[in-house]
Structure formats: C-alpha cells, structure tokens
Design a protein around this ligand. Structure first.
Ligand code: NAD
Length: 488
C-alpha cells in the first residue's frame, strides 16, 4: 500500500538552469521503499521536453566548449567541496528514496565525490600528443575536443554514484549534458544539479528531464545527442545500445550482473563469510557488484554455509535511517513479489533453502522487505542460478575444485565481477587468467574499481567499447583532431 506524506515534493525538469514544467500531465509517484509513503511525484516527460533540454544544452555548448579547461575543472573543485559539505544530507536522501542503510549511502556519496575529484583532472586527460618530426619540417599533432550534447540514463540502485560516473567527466571535457534519472529515485539527482549550479556552472550545461521510457526513446532518436551513457538492466541496456548505435551515436551501456564468488579450501573462511555476507545482502542485494552465486569446494561447504547462515541471522533489517540497520527494503512492492517468486522457484527446482528470508518479521510490516535468503545445492539449470534476481538471495553451488568453479562462472552470460577467496598465489593466477569477468576481487567481496579505473563489465554485462570512468571516460566523451603541418 502506498500512502501520501504531507510533504510530497513535486519535481519538475531542470532545463537551462530553471525548474520548468513538463508538457505532460502524466506523473509517476516516488515512494520511500522502507515505509511505502509517497515522497515525491515526477512528470513522465515527453519528446517535447527532451527537445527543449537538448536545445538549451546545445546553445550553451557554444560557450562552454570554449571555456578554458582549467576553468571548467575549477568549478568541479568547488562542486567537490559542496558535496563534501552536504555529505550526510545527500546520504539521507539516498536512504529515503532508495532504502539502503545510511552507512551504505554515506559510502555511495563518497564514491560520487571521488568521481568529481577524478573529473577535475581534466586538464591532464584532455591533453593531446604530438610528434615534431614525422618527416623533414613536417609535424603531426593530436588534439582533443568535446562531442556536443551528451545524455545519461541511470538506474535506481545508485542515485548518486551512477550519475557521477557520467556528467562530471562529460562536462569537464566541454560537453553539455542531459540526465534522465531513474523515475524511482529522482530526488538525489535534483540535489546534484542544485549544488553544481551553486558551484558556478553556467545554466544549461547540465539539465534533467524526468520520466521513463518515452524520454529514453526521444534521447535515442535525437539527432543532436552525440553520445549516450546508460546504466540499467540487461534487456534495456541491449536495447539502448542497439538503438543508439543504429542512430549513429556513441553508446556505452552498462548492464545487469550475476556475480560469482569462489571459495577454496585454503581460504580464511571467517573473512570469506563476512565479505560474502556484505556483498550478497548489503544494499538489499541491489548492487551490480552483489555476490549472487558462491561456488565452494565441497570439503568446506558445510562450514562456510553455517557461517553464512549465522551471519545472516545477525543482520538487522529495517529502515536504513535507523541505527544499526544493515538490510533495508528492496525498491518496490513488485520487486519484493518477484523476489519471493524466485525463492519459490528455487524450492520448486530442488535447491535446499538454508535460510528463508520470507520468514523475517519485517517482511510482514510496512515497506518492501525481504530477509537474507540462502540456498544450498543450487545447479546451473535453476532459474535462481541463471537470472539476475537483484535482491538479498544468495545461491551456493558445491564444486570439486577451482577449475570447475571457473567453468561454472564462465557459463553465465552476465559477467560484471567475480571474486576468489584463497591463500594461494597459483589459484589467484589461474582465476585472473581464465575467468571471463571484468572486475575481479581476491579476498574482497565488492571489488568496485575507484573512479580513476574503468568500470569494466564483460559479456552481456556491458555493451560498447569504452567503459565509464578512468581514461576510458575521457576517451568516451572526447573526439580527436589530427593536424599535420609543414612550416615554411
Ligand atoms: P532499469 O533497466 O529498469 O532502468 C534503468 C533506466 O532505464 C531507467 O532510467 C529507466 O527509466 C530506463 N528504462 C527502463 N525500462 C525501459 C524501457 N523499456 N525503455 C527505455 N528505457 C527504460 O534498471 P534498474 O532496475 O533501475 O536498475 C537495476 C539494474 O541496473 C540491474 O540490472 C543492475 O545490475 C544494473 N546496474 C548495472 C551496473 C553496472 O555497472 N553494470 C550498475 C548499476 C546497476
């Protein structure tokens, strides 16, 4: 049941530095998933709204792209300070709209701030290259330029970090930006643009068009949008990549995940259990780097599963703003139902339910809670092994050795991250060389790279060539010009 709070915030679109009404009367309710209360409403904007935002962004591109790179970077330095000053307020907003615990939200804000810090290094990353002597009296040089108007489409699970993967680097390079935040978590994005305006960003450099698939489709078709950064679920990522590139845009589309962890018998089992618990149940499993499957060597499987079940029993479930809460709600009632359906399918397909998250008290109260759920004896044929559940459900598969575990992980179509728990250098080497996944952890549960490295999904977890963040981010948001010159 959703209920209206007294302070429902009506969000508009942020275009050309002003909050403006959408041309649409259709609205979407934004709900606090821990309470079921409606906290905001957003317009489901139209093509006309996208046109207006792109027009504003295109106009200011003429001057923003000519603004000295160090001057652009200085605005980001100021922005970084404002974000630091507002750290806890931003984190609370993340918790209220997304549900994750306040400490996780504080961590997420930190990750966003780190992206801004990295983007402020634009003067170094925008530098070109040259060779003074390609022949007698002939030189050649490469210069980097922004693309124009670029767009970002973001998911609900990291309302701060994911937009910060995109617009800080994009604008530091001299592009202008149109963001469509998730319709389920649009509040933080609104605060992000208010703060960047306070940092001195010219009006129209960053714009927000709120809404859902109509906005996305209009962006994919808009001739003046030169590049699209997308983060979201696999089918939508594939669609955005195919349609965006068919319309001759540069596209990077970060997609779904089903991350495997492997535990070998020489691992520190206490550490492994702790890291896996955090990675599987933190943020209610709604992380693209969540641990979804654990492949454990048969000899230590019982011991590991007992430890995982004990740790899961200790988890405090509730509103992420409350002291000591580790596990908040999943994002919506429908997602809770879908998760429960997956738990039922696991039971029906013969997995052993070690801990049943449907039985936790919080599940029957307000909000969309599902307790930590652990399955043992999961096999590749089961839906709980195959699909991204994106909820606090962990599947344990028993294997005979590392090779079998890696083969199993490599059978998954999704390949964002993978983790290995071991004390063996040889095992680490085999894992690194033969696993088909982009972000690897060794004795680390959530190996999300920091902003100066690329966020490197493989297979169907990523469509495109250049990843977000790191040098890839600067490559994605710039194009090059080559000058060959003879001086007479
Ligand atoms: P989602 O695909 O439902 O939505 C993402 C964005 O796409 C939203 O802005 C939404 O409005 C838009 N969208 C949704 N359906 C659409 C459609 N049919 N046509 C056009 N646009 C559409 O994803 P979500 O549920 O918000 O986020 C969770 C997903 O994101 C998970 O699959 C997770 O793994 C993935 N994710 C991946 C990464 C990564 O780095 N690979 C990071 C974060 C999240």
């Amino acid at each position: 049941m959703t209920t209206f709070t007294e302070n429902v915030k009506y969000l508009k679109n942020y275009i050309g530095g002003e909050w403006v009404d959408s041309t649409s009367d259709q609205k979407e309710r934004v709900v606090n998933p821990a309470t079921g209360e409606v906290i905001a409403e957003i317009p489901l904007s139209t093509k006309a709204d996208v046109d207006r935002a792109v027009y504003a962004a295109n106009e200011v591109f003429k001057t923003w792209s000519q603004t000295a790179v160090p001057k652009r970077a200085r605005i980001l330095f100021k922005y970084q300070q404002l974000l630091v000053d507002n750290w806890e307020k931003l984190a609370k907003l993340v918790t209220i709209e997304n549900g994750k615990s306040l400490s996780e939200a504080m961590g997420e804000v930190q990750r966003g701030i780190e992206c801004v810090e990295f983007a402020a290094g634009a003067p170094s990353f925008m530098m070109g290259k040259n060779l003074p002597d390609i022949a007698t009296s002939l030189e050649s040089g490469m210069y980097r330029y922004p693309l124009g108007v670029v767009a970002g489409i973001t998911p609900f699970n990291f309302p701060m970090m994911v937009p910060c993967w995109m617009f800080p680097i994009a604008i530091a390079c001299g592009n202008t930006f149109v963001l469509k935040p998730s319709e389920r978590t649009p509040l933080l994005a609104a605060r992000l643009v208010e703060l960047i305006e306070e940092a001195g960003l010219p009006k129209g450099v960053v714009n927000i068009v709120n809404g859902a698939h109509d906005v996305v489709n209009s962006m994919l078709e808009h001739k003046d949008i030169k590049a699209i950064s997308f983060v979201g679920s696999q089918p939508v990522a594939e669609y955005v990549y195919k349609k965006g590139t068919a319309n001759l845009k540069r596209v990077q589309a970060l997609s779904g995940a089903k991350n495997h962890s492997i535990v070998l018998k020489d691992a520190n089992l206490n550490l492994a259990a702790r890291e896996i618990t955090n990675a599987a149940f933190g943020s209610a499993g709604e992380r693209c780097m969540a641990a979804a499957v654990v492949a454990v060597e048969e000899e230590i499987a019982d011991e590991l599963i007992n430890k995982l079940a004990e740790l899961a029993d200790e988890i405090k479930i509730g509103n992420g703003l409350d002291e000591g809460v580790f596990l908040g709600p999943v994002i919506r009632e429908g997602h809770k139902k879908r998760t429960i359906d997956y738990i039922e399918s696991g039971v029906d397909q013969g997995a052993v339910l070690v801990r049943d998250g449907r039985k936790d008290d919080a599940v029957n109260g307000e909000g969309y809670f599902v307790g930590p759920t652990i399955f043992d004896h999961v096999t590749q044929e089961m839906k709980i092994w195959q699909d991204e559940i994106f909820a606090p459900v962990l599947s344990v598969v028993r294997v005979k050795d590392l090779t079998e575990a890696i083969d199993l992980a490599n059978a998954s179509k999704l390949a964002n991250g993978a983790c290995l728990y071991t004390d063996s250098a040889a095992a680490v080497r085999q894992f690194r060389e033969t696993i088909h996944a982009g972000m690897l952890g060794v004795n680390v549960g959530v190996p999300a790279p920091m902003a100066f490295f690329p966020f490197s999904g493989y297979k169907d977890s990523f469509y495109g060539d250049l990843h977000v963040n790191g040098a890839d981010g600067f490559e994605f948001y710039t194009r090059k010009k080559m000058l060959t010159a003879r001086y007479l």
